[in-house]
Design a binder for this molecule. Structure first.
Ligand code: LLP
Length: 439
């Protein structure tokens, strides 16, 4: 369910016509429906109500400050993967106990920052990371709360780039090492074993492997519980799939149904880290047609948004519904029939710069506005300024009102961190200075 709908022949986000937003802020532009995000949060909370989870929104999906502020005000927790994400939460005053720190390559500085903010726990992903965290915490005279991220070795049946729960994945610790490593945490005075976590992948549309994964982690928790008095949480990760094209997305209740039996009587706090499912279909990207072009049998529609603005189609073959905002009615549910297929491509100088290939689309002319649907997750956060293209604005819609939450970047923004006249220093002298400073 989302709050984008065609009314009187044009597309609205809640009660705001997207054509009006495009005229106000230009294109390309991201537009998020706050009402849709709030609906998702409410429905997720309702489906899992009896398990009373702490929902830690995986902010890598969409880290817009105003959106985060709205979620923070609703009591959500957050899953972070860098000190940069922590910084965003700190600016919003989110307390540490509502933050879990994931990620396979946390640096020492990031560990220090997170300990300084009192994050609820670190999801630890390797044996060496465990040692590093133990040292950092000991150096600071603190104790770090650790959850072990284990790989339950189930196949989530999703795109290879976003599957993470298999034994061969770079993420997590093999579940059969779980007990050994848990005991190692218990032996370290600067560490405390407070949880177990898993995350088997993203865009999972089959709940069976999901339940299986949680079951395996819950079994490990049961084995550890007698010796781990501080074990307090089980984190099932994120990964709930959404509807893009033709793979049906399960309801929140279906996920709850497969998870519940494993965690109900465990006596541990349930944590979850949903990203995409909360924000994915709450966002569209608006882009205007620049030109049309025919090359042999191929027809192209060239638009003003490129792979730097939205990389999912190029990187994962991600399928996003694309349809005119005005004048062509609502799009069909699947792929449209009976329309000539076109490649919808951007201005970036790469053959891989496309938003859609062979996509049936009504006849559109230069200047027409298109909406790219389902881009609220991993859209703007994965954007770049490749080809020196300023990133688009992010607009929030709330009922009949809209607000620019992030303005369009300027050319000044693009060069702000650079200088054309850097100061060169003698490398040898520099090395000597550094050596003296450290001795
Ligand atoms: N927790 C952990 C440890 C994760 O690695 C992720 C996502 C999440 C939670 C949230 O997963 P979600 O609920 O959003 O599926 N850029 C890709 C998706 C990468 C997901 C990375 N990890 C895409 O555009 O499809």
């Amino acid at each position: 369910m989302d709050r984008f709908a065609y009314r009187d022949g044009q597309l609205f986000a809640e009660d705001v016509a997207l054509d009006a937003i495009a005229r106000a802020v230009g294109t390309p532009a991201y537009v998020y429906s706050l009402g849709t995000v709030r609906d998702h949060v409410d429905r997720l909370q309702a489906a899992f109500a009896d398990l009373d989870p702490l929902i830690c929104y995986a902010m890598k999906a969409n880290a817009n400050l105003a959106l985060l502020a709205d979620l923070a005000a609703r009591g959500l927790g957050f899953d972070i993967v860098s000190a940069g994400e922590l910084d965003r939460l700190r600016r919003l005053g989110v307390p540490g106990e509502r933050i879990v720190f994931s990620g396979v390559g946390k640096t020492r500085d990031e560990m220090v920052a997170a300990l300084g903010h009192g994050v609820r726990l670190f999801n630890v992903e390797s044996e060496e990371e465990l040692e590093a965290l133990a040292r950092v915490a000991a150096d600071l005279g603190q104790r770090a709360d650790v959850a072990l991220r284990v790989n339950p070795d189930v196949d989530p049946q999703t795109h290879a780039y976003i599957a993470t729960g298999l034994k061969e994945s770079k993420f997590g610790l093999a579940i059969d090492r779980g007990e050994v490593l848990a005991r190692r945490v218990l032996d370290r005075p600067s560490l405390r074993l407070v949880g177990l976590q898993c995350h088997i992948g993203s865009q999972i549309t089959d709940v069976t492997p999901y339940g299986e994964a949680v079951g395996r982690v819950a079994d490990l928790a049961r084995r550890l519980q007698p010796d781990a008095p501080d074990l307090a949480s089980l984190d099932m990760g994120g990964g709930f799939g959404i509807f893009y094209k033709d793979r049906r997305a399960p309801s929140f209740e279906e996920y709850a149904r497969v998870v519940r039996p494993h965690v109900k009587d465990l006596g541990l706090k349930l944590l979850m880290e949903p990203g995409r499912v909360l924000v994915g279909n709450a966002g569209v990207m608006l882009t205007r047609v620049l030109y049309r072009k025919q090359a042999g049998a191929k027809r192209f529609v060239i638009v003003d948004a490129g792979m730097n603005d939205l990389i999912r189609p190029s990187l994962y073959g991600g399928w996003h519904r694309i349809w005119p905002v005005v004048g062509h009615g609502a799009p069909p549910v699947g792929e449209a029939d009976g329309l000539a297929p076109v490649d919808i491509v951007g201005p970036v100088c790469e053959s891989g710069d496309f938003l859609a290939k062979d996509r049936p689309l009504p006849e559109v002319a230069a200047g027409e506005l298109l909406a790219v649907f389902g881009v609220g997750a991993y859209g703007f956060t994965m954007s770049s300024t490749y080809n020196a293209r300023p990133r688009p604005p992010e607009v929030l819609v709330d009922g009949a009102r809209f607000a620019v939450a992030r303005r369009r970047e300027t050319y000044d923004d693009l060069v702000a961190a650079e200088t054309a006249t850097p100061t060169f220093v003698e490398a040898a002298a520099e090395a000597l200075d550094a050596k003296e400073a450290s001795s």
